[in-house]
Design a protein around this ligand. Structure first.
Ligand SMILES: [Fe+2]
Length: 590
């Protein structure tokens, strides 16, 4: 059975293809269109996925959309009417938006793909999140927690998933919290107030939080309260996202926290305002964590299960995920590489396959590499056109040379195999560097990533030795497989890992199993033989404001436009002319 999943029209559109229950391909539209967070109907992603299986659209058995447009329409209409006439402008905007295309998804999908509308089916948005979290995790039975901004009505759900060999699969979402009460919207409102782009700047709030003290927790608790049934409710007097598109926080919110930060002002921790913004970030982060930990703890008590799968955009908060692992009582916590809406394309397809159509369960390959692969010939050709020579090396030679490059302080653009699904570079489209000094971090920020200084860079380490450098609760490394948790760097290593240690002594570490990306794993070991520390700084291969590179042409262009010293694409290596071949060889160090 051939099933195509689609997510679109909010942010980060994507497509995913399942054939006989197994994933064949999945990619975000932005990686192909080169428009960051592209929310358009993902035609390029769909075409690419179908190409991978050599399929025409009419041979698909079902096309699944990741939410129910009519339910969403109902929510938008209800909320706007509740706050009419204040919502007059938002009403006009929403009606144009929804009536323009979003409401008629069955017809749009049918006409874009040239298929019968009968083949188009829908999942609820949080069913897609739940399936993306549970059905991709190596567990037979787990509690499920999903949390995001909003889908149709639900903003958070709790439930349970079970897979029975030969007897089908169950996902039951027992309870939910409905819009406008939303942890995602709470965090996004603070993201906007702190001068960052909503749906993108949430990482920055989490990074900024480490510079502050949670000394405004009481104030944040005025905007949100716990309810006796274990849920939470926002005090809507502090918010405007439910009634206008212009601003997400109200005048009362500003009265409580002080003037908002302009996106154009730098954050200076030496000023009162700079420190206030960091303290506000720390406070909302603490409240978000406390609520999630409480809900997860209740869920553990209620289900008595060992495993928890978390989905939805809120699951990108690695600090909260690590606290849930430490404090909720669950032994293992799983977060997929794409817990946000892009991963819903895969989640919707899986939900339709296993639950709606009742197909048998299949073990899901435990990696994030479902996108386009690179063609190494491209690098040789592109370099030659520019009068440069890309070297072809065998695997071992390439790994040893790259370890030398990194040990010599060079910055390496690393492309290998198929593109990652989700927002993180997990070893196939990465910029790598030595993790030891703050200078290299500052150089990356200044010359390549152009990021705010308070945002940390992440490390990657072989899973076998991860525990030596980082502290994982009860030795549980699973959250670090896809960089979904923030953990303390062991104190004795913090000086030598200054480039990846955040100001609060933590890091969003990836603990890499050899089988997931053998070449990067070998590189880490080779680098460890040189430095004594098999850890590298690993950041996504893109420039500020651009999506992660997909093919070699984009990797090469980024290499040429930035201070990346070496570009590796599969078995090819290209160095900038100013970069000398390192002279220190492994034998000399031994
Ligand atoms: Fe979502």
């Amino acid at each position: 059975m051939k099933i195509l999943g689609i997510s679109a029209h909010y942010h980060d559109s994507a497509a995913a293809l399942l054939v006989d229950g197994l994933p064949i391909a999945s990619v975000q539209e932005e990686r192909l269109s080169r428009r960051k967070n592209d929310a358009a109907f993902p035609l390029a992603a769909i075409e690419w996925c179908l190409d991978q299986a050599d399929l025409e659209p009419d041979s698909l058995d079902a096309v699944v959309f990741y939410e129910r447009p009519l339910l969403k329409f109902d929510r938008v209409l209800t909320c706007l009417l509740r706050s009419f006439p204040k919502s007059r402008d938002a009403f006009t905007h929403a009606m144009k938006n929804l009536l323009g295309e979003k409401l008629w998804m069955r017809g749009i999908i049918a006409s874009e793909l040239g298929i019968s509308g009968r083949k188009v089916i829908f999942t609820e948005h949080h069913q897609a999140h739940a399936a993306a979290a549970f059905l991709t995790a190596p567990t037979e039975c787990a509690a499920i927690l999903t949390a995001d901004g909003v889908g149709e009505w639900a903003t958070l759900t709790v439930g349970q998933g079970e897979r029975h060999a030969g007897r089908g699969t169950d996902i039951k979402l027992r309870r939910g919290i409905r819009f406008p009460h939303s942890l995602g919207m709470l965090y996004s409102t603070f993201t906007a107030y702190l001068g960052f782009a909503v749906n993108e700047g949430e990482y920055k709030v989490m990074g900024l939080a480490a510079y502050g003290q949670p000394n405004m927790v009481d104030k944040v608790w005025r905007t949100v309260r716990r309810t006796p049934d274990g849920a939470f409710a926002l005090d809507l007097d502090y918010f405007e996202f439910q009634s206008t598109v212009a601003r997400s926080y109200s005048k009362r919110f500003v009265d409580l926290f002080g003037p908002a930060r302009s996106p154009y002002d730098p954050i200076d921790f030496g000023t009162q305002d700079g420190q206030r913004f960091a303290d506000i970030a720390a406070s909302v982060q603490r409240v978000l964590e406390d609520i999630l930990v409480d809900i997860a703890r209740d869920l553990h008590r209620e289900t008595g299960l060992r495993d928890l799968c978390i989905g939805g955009g809120v699951a990108l908060n690695g600090v909260a995920n690590a606290r849930i692992l430490r404090e909720s009582g669950f032994e293992r916590v799983f977060v997929p590489p794409a817990p946000g809406d892009a991963g819903c394309a895969l989640g919707a397809a899986l939900y339709a396959d296993r639950i709606l159509l009742g197909n048998p369960d299949r073990a899901f390959p435990d990696h994030p590499f479902w996108g386009p692969s690179i063609d190494v010939e491209d690098l040789v050709r592109l370099a030659r056109e520019d009068g440069l020579e890309a070297e072809r090396c065998d695997d071992r030679e390439l790994v040893e040379m790259t370890a030398d490059d990194l040990a010599a302080g060079h910055i390496v653009g690393w492309m290998d195999g198929a593109l990652e699904l989700g927002p993180r570079a997990l070893g196939h489209r990465s910029i790598l560097a030595a993790p030891h000094s703050t200078e290299i971090r500052d150089r990356l920020n200044r010359d390549i990533k152009y990021r705010e200084e308070f945002r940390p860079f992440a490390p990657v380490v072989p899973v076998e030795v991860a525990d030596r450098f980082f502290e994982f609760p009860r030795g549980q490394l699973r959250l670090a497989r896809f960089m979904s948790g923030v953990f303390p760097v062991r104190e004795e290593w913090r000086d030598q890992l200054a480039g990846i240690t955040h100001v609060d002594g933590t890091a969003r570490v990836q603990a890499l199993p050899r089988e997931m990306e053998p070449r990067l794993h070998a590189l880490l070991e080779a680098y460890g033989r040189r430095s004594g520390i098999p850890v590298l700084l690993n950041t996504s291969f893109n420039l500020a404001g651009e999506p992660i590179v997909n093919n070699v042409v984009e990797g090469y262009s980024t290499f040429r436009r930035s201070s990346i010293d070496i570009l590796i694409a599969g078995e090819s290596r290209l160095a900038k002319r100013r970069v000398q071949r390192p002279v220190v060889r492994e034998e000399q160090l031994a």
